[in-house]
Design a binder for this molecule. Structure first.
Ligand code: HEM
Length: 132
């Protein structure tokens, strides 16, 4: 898929530092079990990791495999064997929180662009869930 419009939207979102912090507040608000998962998190490091993670997810959805190694590592971290195991049904929280943040921070978001965002991130969510 052509991810250029999504990359541009992501760029607009990242102009405000609160984009990522707001996302994590929303994600943790979805379920107390999620909040607990982040009890010992190093936030500055986590924010950087997610920025890179979303970039990689968009590149991956674009069909490029230059991010294959990073995708594999992230999937491993979130698998049952990993440091931060993520049960498959939590990905809906992740997706909804991220889209709420994109809606808040991208003034140019349209319903079509939002659907494209969801399709792109879905590729990575499925990849992680398959490796859980
Ligand atoms: C496609 C979706 C996701 C992406 C791209 C992503 C990305 C990442 C990345 C890059 C890291 C850092 C890994 C490292 O430190 O080696 C991380 C850690 C983590 N993620 Fe995710 N993640 C996703 C979904 C989720 C979901 C759904 C949850 C829980 C609801 C979650 C919870 C966590 C936790 C608890 C950590 C560890 C934080 C810590 O070090 O304390 N992630 N994630």
């Amino acid at each position: 898929m052509n991810t250029e419009p999504i990359q541009a939207s992501y760029g607009r979102c990242l102009r405000d530092r609160n984009f990522i912090t707001g996302f994590y507040q929303r994600l943790q608000g979805k379920d107390p079990r999620v909040e607990q998962m982040f009890a010992h998190t190093d936030w500055p490091q986590q924010q950087k990791a997610l920025r890179r993670g979303i970039s990689a997810a968009l590149t991956f959805a674009g069909g490029s495999n230059i991010v294959q190694g990073m995708m594999g590592q992230m999937a491993e971290v979130h698998s049952r064997r990993g440091r931060a195991p993520v049960p498959p049904d939590y990905y809906t929280y992740w997706m909804d929180s991220l889209m709420e943040s994109v809606r808040e921070h991208d003034p140019k978001l349209t319903p079509k662009l939002e659907a494209a965002w969801r399709d792109a991130l879905e590729v990575t969510c499925r990849f992680f869930i398959d490796r859980y």
